[in-house]
Design a protein around this ligand. Structure first.
Ligand code: FE2
Length: 382
């Protein structure tokens, strides 16, 4: 697989020797010179470090690299802006996704204090994966990534200094083309903070195909509202012969939705009921319930064993049925973009999840035991 194919598939790619070590060293010197001249800024995202917006020599390199990157990635990109930093001790780059001008970005390591290791860059496999994969980017090498789609961050820096530059691009004929040259610049302070701290997110918009569509801003779920919804809407209408379970982290920790599994034969009739529940929950209760259907209870097998062993092969991989193929939050797709999905009817899609390896983010956590939703009232007596 070439780099362009890899970039298309993984949404990021590692590119070696994009510049020579000599040029990297000159550019490091350039940043320290600019710093000495007082041309650096301090900003909220990395307050301990020194940052440079469109530093002269890097701005030049950014434009130079465009053609080469277009060849490597088989894309038609236009520069939006470049940003460089001298990272300082104790710095941390919180989990985040990028703004529109950073549709496609590259992070290039220019240099680092010789007594410190290269500081790893973490990249998630989607916008909410908070386990990710650490990448060590050597001097002169660059990682290109879809910064709006993939969560990315750096853990606390224990070295003395590292110089890094980010080259941001938009697709020439893409949805964000008007951000070329960073013409619609928003203040750096408003760069999205990502989804780590849910309380900071005030707008949640949700769209799932043509069946569940709303302009309602939903709120973070809470037990009281969920109980009301459960007892007034969900349990009284749950189709006969089907079981419903609460899975996932709600209400153990803060979540932005409530995950529910329906167990039983996936039929159009049940799918229509599921769509009705999504819409009722969003429109009347301002909460997002996320409902998946499974053929049988095998999907829950061996949760205990997995929690003890952390061996993903003990988990039973079952196909999942949903009422839509893609899920969008705030206009961005958050479902696995590589997933194989088959349309079964107008309201039912088979997600071939049995063919996937479990998402890495789940493998770092314990699975909560699923709770039969008929028991929720007894357990959460509020
Ligand atoms: Fe970023």
């Amino acid at each position: 697989m070439n780099i362009a194919e890899q970039f298309q598939q993984d949404r990021y790619a590692y590119i070696e020797n994009i510049i020579t070590p000599e040029r990297a060293s000159e550019l490091t010197q350039h940043l320290f010179d600019e710093y000495q001249k007082g041309n650096s800024t301090k900003e909220k995202q990395c307050p301990l470090s020194d940052s440079f917006y469109n530093a002269p020599l890097l701005d030049k390199l950014h434009k130079e690299l465009t053609e080469q990157l277009n060849d490597i990635l088989d894309l038609d990109l236009e520069p939006s802006y470049c940003y460089a930093r001298i990272y300082r001790p104790g710095e941390e780059l919180h989990q985040h996704t990028d703004r529109e001008a950073c549709e496609i970005s590259g992070t290039l390591t220019l240099g680092h204090d010789p007594d410190s290791n290269i500081w790893p860059f973490y990249i998630g496999e989607d916008m909410i994966d908070n386990v990710g994969k650490p990448l060590t980017i050597n001097i002169g090498d660059m990682v290109m990534y879809h910064g709006m789609e993939l969560n990315h961050w750096r853990e606390k820096y224990t070295g003395t200094w590292q110089t890094q530059v980010f080259f941001h691009y938009v697709k020439k004929d893409g949805a964000y083309k008007e951000h070329a040259g960073d013409k619609i610049r928003v203040p750096i302070d408003t760069i999205t903070e990502g989804y780590k701290d849910l309380s900071k997110q005030t707008i949640y918009l949700f769209e799932a195909g043509e069946h569940v569509k709303t302009n309602v801003q939903w709120e973070l779920p809470n037990i009281k509202t969920f109980k009301k919804f459960l007892n007034q809407e969900f349990l009284p209408t749950l189709p006969n012969g089907y079981e419903a379970f609460l899975v996932g982290a709600f209400p153990h920790t803060h979540t932005w939705d409530i995950d529910v599994f329906i167990i039983g034969k996936p039929t159009d009739e049940v799918a229509l009921w599921v769509i009705d529940m999504y819409n009722k929950s969003l429109n009347d209760y301002k909460q997002l319930i996320d409902i998946s259907m499974f053929d049988n209870l095998n999907v829950f097998n061996n949760y205990d064993l997995f929690n003890k062993t952390k061996d993903p092969s003990v988990l039973v991989q079952s196909d999942m049925y949903r009422t839509f193929d893609k899920l969008y939050r705030n206009g961005r797709q958050v479902t696995n973009i590589h997933r194989k999905v088959t349309k079964i009817s107008d309201v039912l899609y088979k997600h071939h999840t049995s063919e996937e390896v479990p998402n890495r983010k789940f493998l770092q956590k314990n699975f909560h035991q699923p709770m039969d939703l008929k028991r929720f009232n007894e357990v959460y007596n509020v």
